[in-house]
Design a protein. Sequence first.
Length: 501
Amino acid sequence: MTLNVTQLRDHMAHCFSDVEQVADSVVRATRKSGDSPFAVYYIDIGEQLPSTPEALTHYQDRVIGKHYFEGRKSLQWSNYLYFVVSEEQSRSGAIRQARILIEGDRAYARKFVVAERDLDAAIQSPLLLTTSSPQPAANILSVWTSKLAEAGIDGAITSDASVPSRLSLIESSAQVATPKKVTQTQPIASGTLPFLRSIELTKFRSCPIQRAFNFGKVNLIVGVNGSGKTSLLEAIELLYCGRNKRNPDAADDYTLRAEYADGSKEVASRARAQKIFRDRNLNWYGQAEVKTNNLFMSFGQFNFLETDAAVGLSESAATLEDDLSKLLIGPQASKIWREIERIHDAITGKLKELRPLKVQIIQEMETIETRLKEAGTVKQESDSILARLEEMVKRLGWGLPTQDKDAYIGHLVETLSELGALARQAAALDRVASPVSLDGLKRFSDHTKNTCDKTDAELLRLEEFRKEKTLNRFATAMPGGQEGGNRFSAHGRCWRSSTRG
């Protein structure tokens, strides 16, 4: 391999407006028609090809999976993955076996293993490549979507836009240069039917009156209203799908005889096996089913015009608006619009009921706002009262309010209530008058102290006098009296002996 990933990215930048490296050896680029992307290319020059189905799945999940749902839905059908190998490698048996595995896989993208010298040609015309896979890699939807994308009108078919919007997309695509026509040489998926050459309505409704029709590649169906144009189209839909999209659960019997461009013929009836339609849905559109038959859903993806709405235009002017909406935007959109109108009417009626309640609520809100303003004034007054209370408490030395002012005030009220009760009880008691001031109390205390000191001295003298009197009486009562014997002296407080000389 002569290219490295940097050289590959620079090389691809000459052909594509946006090129990015998405893995170690992988570059991603987008092909556009004007400003509209219609194909995505992944080029891997790593030379290591996935050799098992599990390895291939893991590779695609890692490289393509994270980008797969980016952009328009049609891009999902237009992903291409190229594994680039050297000329020498392309001749090896291992590469040939890996090529069969890779090109036979239909997940994520159409895949090719190409030699380095063939890379530019392969990118320019991928449908011209021949694959080594025994199973075809293309299906009707992928080829058809690629064709639409190359023409720039895939958005008009695969989107859910209204018919005017789709027509605008088709008209705008005419201003884009027509891309180079690519010849389809690759076989399409098995089960594809050739063009329909003719159909005979052996057993199918009462109209159209004409029962056999021949077709070319392009057909114009013309007739007055009610002549059976829609019935003919639905007969062809039954031939291919076994069910009609307009009424998929209808159980009417039918027999249709068809001849195709290759001369093959088919008799279609309700007795056909459901497997036929499941296989067609898988082969044509890549939709796998197990028990049901929803081929008509895939088939109807490109039938975006509600033809029955045109019939109603001539029947009644009362439904003209509804019929036009069906014609232009489809029956589902018309149904949604009617539902919107029904909801609008219900909401309008409900609003009428709620208007008196709204007036009442507004009045109540005004009353509440007035009360809130008044409460705001009261709060300012209470704030001043609280500030005054804090000032008085601080002056009395009772402590300051804590963070929980409500608890502090409650405790203060409780204490003062108890104090008030005690004061009332004390006032009810009979008691002598007492000093009513601190100075009076001090004078009273000093006077009382002086009085107590004087009283203590008098009491001491009185006690000594009393004791002296007691001793004298005791001495008089002793034998001999004062002429002899022992004499007691009160002043000496002792006994002594005295005799006459």
